[in-house]
Design a binder for this molecule. Structure first.
Ligand code: RB5
Length: 152
């Protein structure tokens, strides 16, 4: 699967604002439509609000893929992975990005702007977009947790 022409929804907090804009330009220059769910400034906001916005759109199927950026990527991935059908992968390097697609069929890429430099971040995005899911035994493994609902 090559997702290069499908629209992507992006979200960020204040810490991720600058990197979000760099990635947004990279994607639009490639001809990919980007829905920008904010934040739209560097004023302090709660990462959880934007993680929830983007994850709910991916969970509902309104968007197939999303990208979330906060300072470390940790808070965004915690928030996003509470949604059914969301498989948010915090990736600090290309290998993780590729494997998150091949084995986990990740549908939200999460990065930390205070962790990952701009050049690496763009490489991560490129590989994440271009790498297909391997399917097979990995699909069965995903199905065990993909739509669990609440567990005590
Ligand atoms: C904001 O200071 C920071 O906590 C946030 O960007 C993120 O790293 C949270 O996980």
């Amino acid at each position: 699967m090559n997702n290069n022409s499908k629209p992507i929804i992006m979200g960020n907090d204040h810490a991720g604002f600058h990197l979000k804009n760099i990635i947004k330009k990279y994607l639009t220059d490639m001809g990919i439509d980007v829905e920008d769910a904010g934040a739209h400034t560097e004023e302090s906001v709660d990462y959880s609000d934007f993680g929830i916005s983007v994850a709910s759109m991916v969970s509902s199927g309104s968007f197939e893929r999303g990208i979330l950026i906060c300072g470390t990527g940790l808070g965004m991935s915690m928030a996003a992975n509470r949604f059914s059908n969301v498989r948010a992968a915090l990736c600090n390097g290309i290998f993780s990005a590729e494997m998150s697609r091949r084995h986990n069929n990740s549908n939200i890429l999460v990065m930390g702007s205070r962790v990952t430099g701009e050049g690496v971040a763009l490489e991560i995005v490129k590989h994440w977009l271009e790498t297909p899911f391997d399917g097979g035994r990995h699909q069965m493994r995903i199905e065990k947790f993909n739509n669990m609902g609440k567990r005590i």
